[in-house]
Write a protein that binds this ligand. Sequence first.
Ligand code: GLN
Length: 231
Amino acid sequence: MCRHIAWLGEPRSLADLVLEPPHSLLVQSYAPRRQQHGLVNADGWGVGFFAEGRALPARWRASRPLWHDASFASVAPTISTTCAVAAVRSATVGMPIEDTAVAPFTDGRWLLSHNGRIDRTVLPATAVAESLCDAAMVAAHVFTAGPESLGDIVCDLGGRDPQARLNLLLSNGSRVLATTWGDTLSYLVTAAGVVVASEPYDDDPGWVDVPDRHLVDVTADGLSVTPLEPT
Ligand code: GLN
């Protein structure tokens, strides 16, 4: 299982979001506290973020551990953003180890991270993915089907593969969508914005755990958590 995190709020540096908290994504890459599948997340890492005046999200991904990326650590304090999605990867057995298999994936509008696994044969063959990794194929499917219907997509895939784990995390710069389907997820609302993450990055008592099989929807108007109910 991978670990992922999203931020929506006032400008915040990538270092402040990803590297500096006591149990940041960086720490979760080698010592996650709530990870149920896999021990470390050393098969790659990625961050995608939205920059003012630019519609396309920017991405930095690599198929090496986050702790090895000294170049990222040196520039991360200088990049600030109102919205980012980041992930560290523990590759599912049989999946390729390559930059293009690492989240976040994008269609040029949305960023998507997948924490979980799925039988790739249940995915429609129509969507074009940048990697044969199941997460990249799920991303292509969600982008094609429409992220606005994320809840229905996850229920449908969960029905096709009952063993699937489908914790997805998406953002388009003004909205964050996340699902719990087989793994952990928490959120923290502060005066500056909202963090949605696989696990809390500090011991702030404000963190709220999301129950399994739920959809989290965050916009400037607020945050909602609704059950995912297969129809
Ligand atoms: N199945 C995905 C991959 O191989 C995600 C793995 C994970 O959540 N650990 O990258």
